[in-house]
Design a protein around this ligand. Structure first.
Ligand code: CP
Length: 340
């Protein structure tokens, strides 16, 4: 099994294997790992990702040690993230890491001998969220192809969307509507990777009737550089029960959570609302990921060439690493943050 670092290093077959194993676990199957320890390293706040990973490890019979950015640990003395990860790699058998810096999990994978899972890196990717999103969609719709999916809200900083559309791109016949004001629109480096059909619009009402999956997102206020943009975007997309009057009857509403005000609570009890199902499915999918990686794991290739990444949110920029690129001379992509 490949490490879960970005959607880039997972193919369709890997995804299907993880989802099938998650179904087996949901039905009561799965092996136990009583002698294994997982490190849960969260340099950013988290409820669902952190606690569902911990719950998953306990359900597999394993143990967990935790480290977080605000905790009583040696980051406070100025220790680097890389050295922290290297140390945790000595104490545990598998690691999940969330960080505000893009490429942190990849950096971890490069310097530790245990499997590493990306629990979200800055505004780059959140691959395990995508896997549980796909699991939820497949359970509800019975397929992962020929779907019309609208992703709505903060598409610039929303890492869940960046991973989700990359995953949808691996299946046939999917169409994505990117619905956002220009300040929060999907970045070009994400759409450049897509072969699927997509449309860009600010107007949700105009396209919602065509949609099978409505994927709402929260504004990632903590990542905005220009606070004026938050004012213009805040409250632009708030849905309530009225949306069901103009949507397909069986349109599913997803959200990675936490929500702020994007989805009115009057939708929560409708059969369309799947966001708490997603949160629950996270346990089965994360049990599946942990158990598959503990059985056998493959490290990604580390054969990039010297390169100084200019992305100020890239772990290689923050930690002044030597840096490396993948791709060719005319299309250099940073190994860590995967930006051109
Ligand atoms: N969906 C998600 O990543 O939620 P948390 O930030 O609570 O982990």
């Amino acid at each position: 099994m490949k490490e879960i670092l970005t959607l880039n290093n997972l193919d369709k077959e890997d995804i299907i294997k993880i989802l099938d194993k998650a179904s087996e676990i949901e039905e009561g199957g799965g092996k136990k790992y009583a002698d294994k320890i997982m490190s849960a390293i969260f340099f950013e706040p988290s409820t669902r990702t952190k606690l569902s990973f911990i719950s998953a490890m306990y359900r597999l019979g394993g143990k967990v040690i935790e480290l977080d950015g605000g905790g009583n640990n040696s980051l406070k003395k100025g220790e680097s993230i890389s050295d922290t990860l290297k140390t945790m790699g000595l104490y545990t058998d598998i690691m999940v890491v969330r960080s505000p810096y893009e490429g942190t999990a990849k950096r971890g994978s490069e310097i530790v001998d245990i499997p590493v899972i990306n629990g979200g890196d800055g505004s780059n990717q959140h691959p395990t969220q995508t896997l549980l999103d796909l699991y939820t969609i497949r359970k509800e719709k019975g397929r992962l192809d020929n779907l019309n999916v609208a992703v709505v809200g903060d598409l610039k900083y929303g890492r869940t969307v960046h991973s989700l559309v990359e995953a949808l791109n691996k299946f046939k016949g999917n169409k994505v509507y990117f619905v956002a004001p220009k300040e929060m629109m999907i970045p070009k480096y994400v759409t450049d990777k897509l072969k699927l059909e997509y449309e860009i619009t600010e107007n949700l009402e105009e396209i919602v009737g065509d949609v099978d999956i409505l994927y709402m997102t929260r504004i990632q206020e903590e990542r905005f550089e220009n606070k004026e943009h938050i004012k213009r975007c805040k409250g632009k997309y708030i849905i309530d029960k009225e949306i069901l009057k103009i949507s397909k009857k069986d349109m599913s509403i997803l959200h990675s959570l936490p929500r702020v005000d994007e989805i009115h609570t009057n939708l929560d009890d409708t059969p369309n609302a799947l966001y708490f199902d997603q949160a629950k499915n996270g346990i089965y999918v994360r049990e599946s990921i942990i158990s598959m990686l503990l059985e056998k794991n493959e490290k990604p290739k580390y054969d990039g060439k010297g390169y100084e990444c200019k992305n100020k949110k890239c772990i290689s920029y923050i930690e002044k690493l030597e840096g490396k690129y993948i791709g060719n001379e005319s299309n250099k992509i940073c190994f860590y943050c995967e930006k051109k």
